[in-house]
Design a protein around this ligand. Structure first.
Ligand SMILES: NC(=O)C1=CN([C@@H]2O[C@H](COP(=O)(O)OP(=O)(O)OC[C@H]3O[C@@H](n4cnc5c(N)ncnc54)[C@H](O)[C@@H]3O)[C@@H](O)[C@H]2O)C=CC1
Ligand SMILES: O=C(O)C(=O)COP(=O)(O)O
Length: 630
């Protein structure tokens, strides 16, 4: 333990997430008609002083005058602030307790509310330096002790001079006055604490940034509550992933970078180097080449259903888990398909186009109801099955074909071969997945097998259909209409042009891969995928992973968790357990699951363990990845 270091921690917006005087105002001005206006003024004065733009002492007096606070407001303020202790302070209580002799709270706030909060975290009362209120006879908190150094301009500097701490001084705070301690030569280091607020003027001056207390502890090799600071985990979200996902990751403390389009392989090879979590949608190709550059990548989130754009085997070999959102946009695709079936059956597109040109074409020729028509669903997975139910509700007769045995829903009829389905139905809709084997599974032969005048839909993947054959079938009149949402080549961003031989064909609905692009679906996905990923990072849970053995784990309680990913060859588990035995580690629980390629072993061990075990676990032959959770 380095006993010659002192840690000076600020209170407002550092120890707690908020400025206490702003919170006090919310209580004291609760019934004031101009509550908002006054609070705005208070906040403005606080920000101005914290950013170093105005006199602190004058600002303090002015704020107290505006707040009209009373001592009776303090208990409520204290209980509010207790709820708002910064997350990283809260989780690192053990550090604060263990190093209590070296930790000081130096704040321009007031002891009356600071002391009851920080002492709960082991801070010693004699190490709390802050202002004190003075009350009038009625108990109004009208003023403050003017003799207190911290009520004066440059008060923190004056205090530190007086304290004359006999060792290195590290200051952690969000305000300019915290930085000034270092500027005055009274601290060895200043860490701008940005977990709650980022003050540009302070960050600009700071040589060290601490987005959390974890980061401070990590940089200074001090004991911390979590294995690795979250702010060191960088997340790259491509293809306009919904902002809700960005917020969830940021809230967890991760560094998040976003881009609106997909990246090319070359761009991604460059970008992926520092990324720990990658979020994509259907367009970004995560190839083996990209993965070879991905030194830090732990997990990939496909913010969609399909994962054919990701080399899942290469991910497995590199110990990278992949998660997707298997149900979040299912309904959206089904609704679009149903709408298109009706539009095509009624020739709406052609009629609408004509009307836009001023041509009135009222006629029933070539227009049909969908009731009693035969719908053929190819790929009876989640989308296919849901479409089956809704189509039946509209009175359609449903036929389906799938390469695996699927439960027939409602009155849907199973076809034993694709040929059988194609010959029977009036409408064919593709909902297969995009596995490589499905490339051109639908071509001239399949179109030839259909009845004349069939309607055709593809909302699955572009490469599944041979487009030349589709165009020929439209031109020959074999198909009466088609709706295509997915293409072999799709623009990476909205600013790139769309080229396709399907452009300009009559009664063909072309949509820019929007089957899953609804607000509902995107919000659902943005909630679902980050939670899977964070659960994996925080607990090792792989439930729902599309490439990893699915292991659902109990919560980590008073144990360390060793997470070991290895090639699935005989003897690895025995080796792991030998390492644990050799290091006299007490195993509290062990969970193993394997698939064809990898083994995934989780071992929960006692908090007391020999550090050598970490080194030894990494050396176990066939180890792909190893990490430890606290
Ligand atoms: N247009 C869009 O925006 C969207 C497109 N999709 C696409 O739809 C696909 C299907 O989604 P889900 O139904 O959720 O997937 P799913 O995995 O539940 O269903 C796919 C089904 O297709 C079957 N299948 C695969 N190849 C086949 C073949 N050659 N012949 C017959 N059946 C075959 C599978 O056995 C499985 O039952 C996704 O993989 C994705 O590519 C998904 C969401 C949105
Ligand atoms: O969910 C899927 O598989 C989709 O095709 C939707 O893709 P997107 O998120 O719109 O790029």
């Amino acid at each position: 333990m380095s006993k010659d270091k002192y840690y000076i921690i600020d209170f407002d917006s550092t120890f707690t997430q908020v400025e206490a005087l702003d919170e006090l105002g919310l209580i004291s001005l609760q019934n004031h008609p101009d509550k908002e206006g006054i609070l705005e003024q208070v906040k403005h004065i606080t920000d101005s002083a914290m950013s170093g733009n105005s006199s602190f002492a004058e600002g303090l007096a002015k704020r107290l005058e505006l707040l009209q606070a009373h001592q009776n407001h303090l208990p409520q303020l204290i209980s509010r602030l207790k709820e708002k202790v910064s997350d990283s302070i809260r989780r690192n209580k053990d550090f604060l307790k263990e190093y209590a002799d070296q930790i000081y709270i130096v704040s321009s706030g007031f002891k009356e509310f600071i002391t009851p909060i920080v002492t709960e975290y082991g801070i010693k009362e004699e190490n709390i330096y802050a202002n004190t209120f003075t009350q009038d006879e009625q108990g109004n908190l009208t003023n403050f002790d003017k003799e207190n150094l911290l009520s004066m301009d440059k008060g923190k500097i004056k205090l530190l001079e007086q304290l004359a701490l006999p060792g290195d001084v590290y200051v952690i705070g969000d305000g300019y006055t915290d930085y000034e301690i270092k500027e005055a030569g009274l601290a060895n280091r200043f860490y701008a604490f940005t977990e709650n607020v980022v003050r540009d003027s302070v960050v600009a001056k700071a040589e060290h940034i601490a987005p959390s207390l974890d980061e401070f502890l990590y940089q200074n090799k001090l004991p911390m509550a979590i294995s690795y600071p979250k702010n060191r985990i960088s997340v790259l979200l491509l293809e306009n992933v919904h902002p809700q996902a960005v917020e969830l990751f940021r809230k967890e403390g991760y560094q998040v970078e976003t881009a609106s389009g997909a990246l090319s392989e070359k761009e991604l090879c460059e970008k992926i180097k520092d990324v720990s979590i990658l979020g994509i949608r259907s367009k970004t190709q995560v190839t083996r080449k990209v993965l070879e550059q991905a030194n830090r990548l732990m997990t990939i989130g496909a913010f969609c259903i399909g994962t054919n754009q990701i080399d899942l085997d290469a991910c497995l070999e590199a110990g990278i888990t992949v998660f997707n959102a298997p149900y979040s946009n299912t309904r959206s695709v089904v609704e679009l398909a149903l709408g298109e079936i009706i539009m095509l059956s009624r020739g709406v597109i052609g009629k609408s186009n004509k009307l836009h040109q001023g041509e009135w074409d009222k006629s029933a020729a070539g227009s049909f109801e969908v009731r009693d028509k035969k719908l053929g669903i190819v790929g009876y997975g989640n989308i296919g099955a849901q479409l089956s139910v809704l189509a039946e509700a509209m009175g359609m007769e449903v036929y389906y074909y799938d390469v695996v045995e699927k439960l027939q829903l409602g009155n849907a009829r199973k076809c034993s071969t694709l040929q059988e389905l194609l010959e029977k139905v009036d409408i064919v809709t593709l909902h297969v997945d995009g596995r490589p084997d499905n490339k051109h599974m639908f071509g001239a032969e399949e179109f030839a097998a259909m009845q004349k005048g069939t309607i055709f839909l593809n909302l699955s993947r572009g490469h599944v259909v041979d487009l030349d054959a589709l165009v020929a079938s439209m031109k020959s009149g074999k198909l009466r209409g088609a709706a295509v949402d997915v293409f072999p080549e799709e623009p990476a961003t909205n600013s790139e042009p769309f080229e396709s031989e399907l452009r300009g064909l009559p009664n063909v609905i072309l949509t820019p891969h929007i089957g899953g692009s609804t607000s509902e679906a995107q919000v659902n996905i943005a909630n679902f995928v980050p939670n899977r990923i964070m659960d994996y990072i925080n607990t090792g849970n792989t439930y729902g992973s599309v490439n990893f053995p699915n292991l659902q784990l109990p919560e980590l309680k008073n144990a360390h968790r060793l997470i070991h990913i290895h090639a699935n060859v005989p003897g690895v588990l025995a080796n792991i357990n030998q390492v644990l035995a050799k290091n006299h580690v007490n195993i509290l629980g062990q969970y193993l699951k394997t698939n064809e390629h990898v083994g995934y072993v989780i071992t929960d061990i006692d908090k007391i363990y020999d550090k050598q075990v970490v080194q030894d676990m990494r050396q176990v032959p066939h180890t792909i990845k190893f990490r430890m959770l606290y």
